[in-house]
Design a protein around this ligand. Structure first.
Ligand code: TPP
Ligand code: MG
Length: 333
């Protein structure tokens, strides 16, 4: 252990678990990008650069079905949350390849558009910020039924200009009718190619919550332990007090916006995995060799999985109308 090494507060076992999930998420996203570039998918968007925040978030969620468990209204950069909840990477590849076995959308939606009823993961929408409106609904249901589950909603910085974000601030903080919602804004400083600094005068988005009496936090989402403890505190508060919390996390966008902007590595952004690995090595928690092996194993495993997915079939045309409305099978008219 070097003299300058970081003094971790979390136990080594927990740090190793977080590291494993961060590597798994990064390797998955890099595999999805490769699949897209090899024409094994039509579009890529995802979460490389958000691992240090989203893995700890996923590990704090009370996973299950129904209002006694946490509801998630996620956006398209949430793969680290899903993997931390126990999702299998092959299922993300199935959605990328749009094969019928994709459990999230039957091969019908974009990459990283998750939906999993058994875990209260509400379908991800491509229209940004819609999730802040649906979050109000599960927040109300959990309040009416006196449940212990909470509602978690995340989205980007640019999306906070949309009306649903404001609606969520208003609805979650009505005096005596507060809702147990953890609102998260992952701020990567961009909305596609538009810099945040040109779009809103406020420096800290989380401060908007203060006008509504909402408890807030603004954290470095590229730091694993800062994220871990801030998320723990926020979730404990929402679960116990049954009141909203607005958290803003500064994160990176390591491969640009999406495949629409090339999906190429963007140098110069802070890489939380590189930083964390350096800290782990210096503190003697893991060796560089061990970390390299973990990455190589995931690389190999996901390469094999992507090859298997290529052999799977796409959904048949006659299922196009299934699930358009709740319970719908085939065409109604
Ligand atoms: C309602 C709506 N308006 C515009 C778009 C196009 N669009 C897709 S992603 C995006 C930028 C979102 O930026 P931000 O909220 O910061 O999230 P990030 O992608 O940076 O994580 C926009 C404008 C959309 N999908 N939906
Ligand atoms: Mg953004």
């Amino acid at each position: 252990m070097k003299n300058s090494a970081k003094k971790f507060k979390l136990e080594p076992k927990k740090l190793i678990e977080i590291h494993d999930l961060m590597v798994k998420s990064r390797v998955l996203e890099e595999r999805l990008i490769r699949m897209y570039k090899q024409s094994d998918g039509y579009f890529w968007i995802g979460g490389p650069g958000e691992e240090a925040f989203s893995v700890p978030l996923g590990m704090h969620i009370k996973k299950g079905f129904g209002p006694d468990y946490d509801f998630m209204h996620l956006h398209y950069r949430s793969s680290p949350i899903m993997l931390a909840l126990g999702a299998d990477p092959i299922d993300s590849m199935r959605q990328m390849k749009n094969v019928a076995s994709d459990p999230y959308s039957g091969g019908r939606n974009f990459a990283n558009h998750y939906s999993k009823r058994e875990w209260n993961v509400v379908p991800v929408t491509s229209t940004i910020e819609t999730q802040y409106a649906t979050a109000i609904g599960t927040g109300v249901a959990q309040t009416r039924k006196g449940c212990t589950g909470i509602t978690i909603v995340n989205g980007g910085d640019a999306g906070t200009a949309e009306g649903e974000f404001a609606s969520c601030l208003v609805w979650s903080s009505r005096p005596k009718f507060e809702l147990p919602i953890l609102m998260i804004v992952t701020n990567n400083q961009f909305g596609i190619s538009t810099p945040a600094a040109t779009q809103h005068g406020d420096k800290i988005i989380a401060d908007r919550g203060k006008a509504f009496g909402i408890k807030t936090a603004h954290i470095n989402g590229n730091d694993v332990e800062e994220s871990w403890f801030a998320i723990q505190e926020a979730i404990n508060y929402v679960r116990k007090e049954r009141k909203p919390f607005l958290m803003e996390a500064a994160v990176s966008r390591l491969y640009g916006h999406s495949s629409a902007s090339g999906a190429n590595f963007v140098p110069g952004e802070a890489d939380s995995l590189v930083v964390f690995e350096q800290q782990l090595a210096e503190a003697g928690v893991m060796t560089e060799k061990q970390m390299k092996e973990i990455r190589e194993n995931y690389n190999q495993q996901m390469l094999e999985q992507s090859k298997a997915v290529k052999q799977e079939t796409q959904p048949s045309g006659d299922t196009i109308y299934d699930h358009v409305y709740y319970g719908q099978k085939g065409r109604y008219w």
